[in-house]
Design a protein. Structure first.
Length: 426
């Protein structure tokens, strides 16, 4: 399946072609479906990005129907700028672009069942068949007739090595004007200059042996050198902990911060690398605590007097206790019959967060995508309340996320338009 997307000033669209082997030998291609949409973004690259979102949504729905016969999926665009936004993982994007890029990546994971790089390629505008959807003068019957290129696809699709017509992101070159357009939607932050993934942080941890070996020489200069090495790497490790929790996601941020704390303690000589790894879950809890502590600092500025009486601050974190009070401490005991079906979910006071905070949104997306994939609003809300207590209309935010999710919309359509309760794909 090869999907093309294109956009102009006022509109954008996508066209999907299936290339298949025929009995007599050789290959044949055919238009599967096409969609277009009116667009009014202030720039053409933004329209191109929205057209790519439309392409990924259409491929996701089409691939579900054709899954038994699908062997390969290729996405194609002629927008250099939009391709740079999607394939760049080291820059923070502005909300409009960042939200759509994250939607594209999420749809790619769902469609391809993989976290590997997205097979999105660049093609010259003159060879992009989806350009037909954006022409102001429209298309004549001859251009879209039964045996037209629009119906059968470009002839080079019949060549097994047709990907040679495309250019990967790694081989792409951009001019100064395109680079300026890419940077216009990016927000550079200091930590991203050295922000990488967990593997690179693990490599920092592995350097512990090198730093620890220096003092064994028993020389004063070596001890000073060891302390210098430690101070440099501890500073770099602390910088690594400042990740954008929305951009990188809840789980990746928490786990990476846990790795950061492991690296810090190993470099400081508190634990060996093996001992720290054995206590990884403890470091995860420490990482979550640090996230909630920073959120509580921002929360405290917005709490009213009534809310301060309702919540309790302990260890720098605001907690919601609900019916739990100091005179009724929580205890666990084995009983013959469970009094409540959700008795195991009552654990301890939970941290309070703002419903408009990055912490809440990141965990909401983690629940929506991983813990309870595409469940209803109340199921999602209950799961969130096990981890944190958001103040404000957080259920409205859950509803907005579900409304914007292509898979949730498909589920709602199957259920006759209902978005209540548990959603499942049949």
């Amino acid at each position: 399946l090869t999907a093309f997307s294109d956009a102009a000033r006022d509109a954008g669209g996508t066209a999907l072609y299936a290339t298949f082997k025929i009995r007599g030998g050789g290959y044949q291609s055919q238009l599967i479906t096409a969609r277009s949409r009116i667009m009014n973004s202030p720039s053409i690259p933004r329209n191109e990005l929205q057209a790519i979102v439309l392409m990924f949504e259409t491929v996701f729905m089409t691939a579900r129907a054709l899954k038994p016969w699908m062997e390969e999926i290729t996405y194609v665009t002629d927008s250099t700028v939009a391709l740079c936004w999607i394939q760049s993982y080291h820059k923070r994007l502005n909300p409009f672009v960042g939200n759509r890029v994250e939607t594209i990546r999420r749809l790619a994971r769902w469609t391809l069942d993989s976290d590997e790089s997205i097979p999105l390629f660049h093609i010259q505008g003159s060879r992009n068949i989806a350009d037909m959807l954006t022409r102001k003068k429209g298309a004549t019957p001859g251009l879209i007739g039964e045996d037209s290129e629009w119906q059968t696809g470009p002839k080079w699709l019949l060549n097994p090595g047709y990907r040679q017509n495309f250019m990967s992101y790694e081989n792409l070159t951009i001019d100064k004007s395109q680079a300026k357009e890419v940077s216009r939607e990016c927000t550079e932050t200091p930590f991203m200059l050295i922000q990488d993934n967990e593997d690179q942080i693990d490599s920092v941890v592995n350097l512990t042996a090198q730093a620890a070996a220096i003092p064994q020489a028993g020389k004063k200069t070596s001890l000073e050198e060891a302390e210098a090495v430690r101070s440099i790497y501890v500073a770099r490790i602390e910088d690594q902990s400042e990740m954008d929790i929305v951009y990188y996601g809840w789980k990746r941020t928490i786990n990476t911060r846990a790795r950061v704390y492991i690296a810090r303690d190993v470099f400081m000589g508190r634990l060996t690398a093996q001992e720290a790894e054995a206590q990884f879950n403890m470091y995860v809890k420490l990482s979550e605590r640090d996230v909630f502590m920073k959120e509580s600092i921002k929360l405290e500025r917005e709490l009213s007097k009534g809310q301060r009486r309702e919540f309790r601050k302990e260890g720098g974190i605001w907690y919601y206790t609900g019916r739990l009070v100091d005179t009724a401490m929580i205890s666990k005991a084995d009983i013959e019959v469970a009094a409540f079906f959700d008795a195991e979910e009552f654990t301890e006071p939970i941290p309070v967060v703002r419903s408009n905070s990055k912490v809440f949104f990141a965990y909401l997306m983690y629940v929506h995508d991983t813990i309870l994939p595409h469940y209803g609003r109340e199921f999602t809300a209950r799961e969130i309340l096990k981890k944190m207590y958001p103040i404000g209309r957080f259920r409205n935010i859950i509803a907005r996320v579900r409304d914007d999710c292509p898979r949730c919309r498909m589920i709602a359509k199957k259920n006759g338009g209902s978005q209540n309760g548990k959603s499942t794909l049949l």
